[in-house]
Design a protein. Structure first.
Length: 569
């Protein structure tokens, strides 16, 4: 029975580690267990591209590629569009616009956003540079595009003229810029972007002007196009989701794997009057937001060799000759800060993905945030949060450690009995049960309290892994970034030592193989902590130290002198 109890404890421990490692990767669509498979190399956007993306240079010619079908029935998202016959093409420019938090690059071809730098968030590789989210370069394609469909109307391939400001001036709270298309199909499109001080949300207004002699009924599309490559510097030891996401009140948050889009297996809600589309990655996201009540159709699709699109299409009412119809939307591009996301749109905070334990993770993040307001340091906030969780689970832990202490007290008697009856397994089992009854020991007593706590600590793991606040956040001395591995490996080494000490305090299993496993498993699992973010290692180290202290106190209180059971291999 003692062997069964220990086996169950190791199964529980192994389960928790698997949930932190393997299931996290499986949940995000990775096929490999420990080392995610290498992503396919992206093709350059300009090499044989049939995607609805800006050309590498110049203006599209009349030999335009045919429209690519959208995921919604009866609707099409265009591949290219050209100026009306006889109209000179506007010179193509890249317009850089700067606020206090954003540096955006617009392409006058379609008024698309082709680069975004987050000025308040340093790049992890070179902290002298700002983090880049949207980008259109030889190695990356990640852009935001809009346009009209339903005829030969202006779209994201149409050359436009720019007007407006490029720099948010001192004392000003807003910066406004416009992109105006030529008349195409009897329609002129004016895109107005309004950037606000301190905000990653951009107000976007599309004015559709009927310049012809007959009514028109165009449809407006808003889309995000991204390559399917892995993020630069992505860890092979833990995985986070990268890809499109759609939210509606009916189906809630729907993540879509690039592989599912490629195989035609993506399942999304096609029509709704609420929700948003987003492109998500670790710490950051971009999203198109329409007001609730505006009917829209969602789509996800593959648009090129390794390029994928997510977007929505909203129909406009008939526009009479000389009339104008406007559509208001917002475009978000920035960090996954929960409070900011919650204030922008219902469900937008879900792009900060806590997995299946969101119900536990959200209050844990709230508590961590409150502690940070008091302590002013995210590292000490992590330590304080683990301490509070230990206090909250004190009686459960006390029950588990009390059971372990009783087992440790009778362990010599069990060892002697096993040696004496090693040739009679049936009698050994009966004698073991008798000892348990006489000593009033429940060999399963330490399992349930530990099992109850596992979901809480897994949820805390996801909170620390997902929170952009940890990015470039210092703790003490050599720890300058809680989201990056410890550069000196001091925390992982301390973590390994604490794991070994915790193992040494537990009763040694009578079975030699189990005794070896008790020492080998902590060592094996400690290896991955050398590659984990320092904030996660700090969390586990703090938990281990407090667990050792509590176990020591309980053992002493119960009259079982604490002692370290060193391995005997």
């Amino acid at each position: 029975m003692n062997d069964i109890r220990r086996t169950i404890l190791w199964v529980i421990f192994g389960f928790s580690m698997v949930m932190l490692w393997d299931q996290w990767q499986v949940y995000n669509g990775n096929k490999a267990t420990f080392f995610p498979s290498t992503a396919k190399t992206a093709a350059s956007a300009s090499e044989g591209s049939t995607a609805p993306l800006p050309a590498a240079s110049g203006v599209p010619t009349a030999s335009a590629t045919p429209p690519a079908p959208a995921a919604t029935a009866g609707l099409q998202v265009p591949g290219t569009s050209t100026p009306a016959a006889g109209q000179p093409a506007a010179p193509r420019e890249r317009i850089e616009v700067v606020t206090d938090v954003l540096k955006l690059t617009f392409d006058t071809q379609g008024g698309s956003i082709i680069r975004s730098e987050l000025l308040k968030h340093a790049d992890l590789v070179d902290n002298q540079k700002a983090s880049v989210l949207l980008d259109e370069s030889r190695d990356r394609v990640y852009v935001a595009q809009t346009g009209l469909i339903g005829g030969a109307f202006p779209n994201h391939k149409t050359p436009m003229t720019f007007s407006g400001e490029r720099l948010l001036k001192d004392g000003a709270n807003e910066l406004v810029l416009k992109f105006q298309s030529p008349d195409l199909g009897g329609v002129r499109l004016v895109e107005t972007y309004t950037l606000s001080r301190g905000s990653y949300a951009i107000r976007v207004k599309h004015d559709v002007v009927n310049t012809g002699t007959a009514p028109v009924s165009p449809q407006l599309y808003l889309q995000l196009v991204r390559d399917g490559n892995k993020l630069p510097g992505e860890s092979a030891f833990y995985s986070t989701f990268t890809g499109p996401a759609i939210y509606t009140d009916a189906k809630k948050y729907q993540k879509v794997e690039f592989s599912d889009i490629e195989k035609g297996k993506a399942e999304i809600e096609k029509t709704s009057s609420n929700g948003y589309v987003a492109m998500v990655q670790h710490y950051f996201a971009s999203a198109w937001l329409l007001a609730d009540g505006v009917v829209r159709e969602y789509f996800v699709r593959k648009v090129d060799n390794n390029l994928f699109a997510v977007g929505m299409i909203t129909p406009l009412k008939d526009i009479a000759p000389g009339a104008t119809q406007s559509v208001e939307s917002r475009f978000f591009v920035g960090p996954q800060e929960e409070k900011v996301l919650e204030s922008l749109a219902t469900g937008l905070e879900l792009v900060k993905d806590y997995g299946w334990l969101t119900i536990l993770a959200k209050p844990l993040y709230w508590l961590l945030d409150q502690l940070h307001k008091v302590l002013g340091n995210w590292g000490w906030s992590i330590v304080a949060l683990v301490f509070l969780l230990k206090v909250a689970f004190y009686w459960l832990n006390a029950k588990a450690y009390s059971s372990m202490a009783k087992m440790k007290a009778i362990n010599p008697k069990i060892m002697e009995m096993r040696e004496r009856l090693k040739d009679n397994p049936q009698q050994m089992q009966q004698e073991m049960m008798r000892i348990y009854r006489e000593e009033k020991v429940n060999p399963m007593g330490g399992c349930f309290p530990i099992l109850v706590q596992i979901p809480v600590f897994i949820a805390l793991y996801w909170v620390l892994l997902s929170s952009v606040e940890m990015r470039n956040a210092p703790w003490i001395l050599w720890i300058h970034d809680l989201s990056a591995p410890d550069p000196l490996f001091i925390l992982p080494l301390l973590m390994t030592v604490s794991s070994m000490l915790q193992t040494a305090l537990n009763p040694q299993p009578p079975d030699p193989m189990q005794a070896k496993m008790m020492w080998i498993m902590p060592l094996v699992f400690s290896v991955m902590f050398f590659f984990f973010p320092a904030g996660l290692v700090l969390y586990w180290l703090t938990n281990n130290i407090l667990s050792i202290a509590q176990q020591w106190v309980i053992n002493t209180r119960m009259g079982v002198p604490p002692q370290f059971n060193l391995p005997k291999f």
